[in-house]
Design a protein around this ligand. Structure first.
Ligand code: PLP
Length: 400
């Protein structure tokens, strides 16, 4: 039908799924193969070692499920806990909310610390709650490292210090879905016991892999865990994975894609990847300031380097900006979720992207905002982001 085609590239700036680089698409464009062949472990075994570098762990055990991140949430909880076990969780956005709800559906009792959306986990409150738990009934602390719904990053190291200060044995469960491979994450140094992620964000892949990394302490609790699980059994995976195989058919193409993604992260260098995400986020924040708008993250310490949630002025609906951006400019922006619905739109700046790609999204967001009547000056955000990116590029050249 004439007029139905949208020419050019779709500007995908939701905070996941992210752009899949051409290299990864080519790596996944393969004929199916026998996942029980004697060659298969040559593909799989190195994946675990390379993923350990991404999680920054030496002794952690990585498991790759054919699932989205939600499956990894479920696996981490059900393999290490029993119905009725208590968890302590901070809630400050839609994803921390959903993880809590998932835990409750498995019969876990969650003590929720409500935090204002736009802030993150409060280590002092966590320490206090753990100190009060004299009988050590709380078995785990749940933290969403990067709350994708509000663009907030919490300080996981500070949460670990809080647990240690309370001298409490609870396991530390961390959702790194929109942080791992984009924002610094240190499984061993921060004493994380169960870290989880998905394939469709920093790993630059389509959705379809749910990845769990378990500490030795977490693995030791598995034998007593009574929550029901079958498909998401960590033990079955660990046993089969030891020789490079899986207890059921793995997501073959995604594993080939993962091979390529890990190679790309290695070539760029993980620390450079983090620095790039910080640069891109700083440019976005400069644009937001130039527009006279504010972020949902209500203090600089909470600001995420992977996603910026931008509050629209009173009287406007963020959903209109998103719809206009999509229909007129072929730009996909992230929606406000739950209590943030309509109040904001999100620019995801994670995965495989660079400054000029992001400038396109900032320009499109400006146009869409103007289209719905928000008085931002065309070019103002672009100019500030450009200035930021130029300064950063000059500093980089000077350092070389
Ligand atoms: N946790 C966070 C922080 C997320 O951003 C998401 C999804 O965007 C999830 C968990 C759920 O992951 P999935 O949609 O892959 O199941």
């Amino acid at each position: 039908m004439a007029g139905a085609r949208k020419p050019g590239r779709n500007f995908l700036f939701v905070p996941g799924p992210t752009n899949v680089p051409d290299r990864i698409l080519r790596a996944m464009d393969i004929a199916m193969e026998d996942h029980r062949s004697s060659d298969f472990p040559k593909l799989t075994l190195p994946l675990y070692e390379d993923l350990k570098r991404i999680f920054k762990t030496r002794d952690g055990q990585v498991v790759i499920f054919p699932s989205s991140g939600t499956g990894a949430w479920e696996s981490a909880l059900t393999n290490t806990l029993s119905p009725g076990d208590k968890l302590l969780a901070s809630r400050f956005g839609q994803f921390s909310h959903l993880w809590i709800e998932l835990a409750r559906r498995h019969g876990l009792e969650v003590i929720v610390q409500e935090e204002e959306w736009g802030t993150g986990a409060d280590p002092e409150r966590i320490e206090e709650a753990l100190r009060e738990d004299k009988n050590h009934e709380i078995k785990g602390v749940l933290i969403v490292h990067n709350e994708t719904a509000t663009g907030v990053t919490s300080d996981v190291a500070a949460v670990r210090r809080a647990i240690d200060a309370a001298n409490h044995p609870a396991l530390l469960y961390v959702d790194g879905v929109s942080s791992i491979a984009s924002i610094d994450f240190r499984m061993d140094e921060w004493g994380v016991d169960l870290a989880i992620t998905g394939s469709q964000k920093g790993l630059m892949l389509p959705a379809g892999l749910g990845i769990v990394c378990a500490s030795q302490k977490a693995l030791a609790t598995m034998k007593d865990a009574k929550c029901r699980h079958a498909y998401f059994d960590l033990g079955d995976q660990i046993k089969a994975n030891a020789t490079g195989y899986f207890p059921y058919t793995p997501a073959l193409t995604l594993l080939h894609g993962l091979r390529e993604a890990l190679a790309m992260l290695e070539e760029e260098g993980l620390e450079h990847v983090f620095a790039r995400h910080h640069r891109l986020a700083s440019g976005t924040r400069a644009a937001v300031k130039a527009w006279g708008l504010r972020l949902c993250a209500n203090e600089p310490k909470w600001q995420s380097d992977t996603v910026s949630a931008i509050m629209v002025p009173h009287g406007f609906n963020g959903a209109d900006v998103i719809d206009r951006a999509y229909r007129r400019y072929n730009l996909a922006l992230g929606a406000g979720l739950s209590q943030m619905a309509g109040k904001l739109f999100r620019i995801g700046h994670l995965g495989d992207l660079n400054e000029l790609m992001l400038l396109g999204a900032i320009a499109g967001a400006e146009m869409a905002m103007r289209d719905v009547g928000i008085e931002v000056e065309l070019g103002s955000g672009v100019a500030e982001a450009q200035a930021q990116f130029r300064d950063a590029a000059q500093l980089k050249v000077a350092a070389e």
